[in-house]
Design a protein around this ligand. Structure first.
Ligand code: SF4
Length: 83
């Protein structure tokens, strides 16, 4: 399954991803950064698997991110965020 990736450390808390895809993204009141819902932390990134039909709205979240820290990787590990 495709993976949705968030390099959360450099999030500036602009809320763009939440506005674009609120069913996947939410703001964290504790530190003012965005959280990917249902994600797990792996190394320095947060990630979760998504279905193919969930790619488009998360591409919108990625496009809305001024820090370019939201990525989508395909089954083969290739970055498909901008495909
Ligand atoms: S759009 Fe990017 S920088 Fe803005 S809150 Fe979401 S992840 Fe953070």
């Amino acid at each position: 399954m495709p993976k949705l990736i968030h390099f959360r450390d450099t999030c500036i808390g602009c809320n763009g991803c939440v506005e674009a895809a609120p069913q996947y993204w939410e703001m964290n009141d504790a530190d003012g950064k965005a959280d990917m819902q249902l994600s797990k932390k792996k190394g320095n990134v947060h990630q979760r698997e998504i279905m193919d039909i969930e790619i488009d709205c998360n591409r919108c979240a990625a496009l809305a991110c001024p820090m370019n820290i939201i990525k989508i990787y395909g089954d083969n590990g290739k970055d498909i965020t901008n495909d």
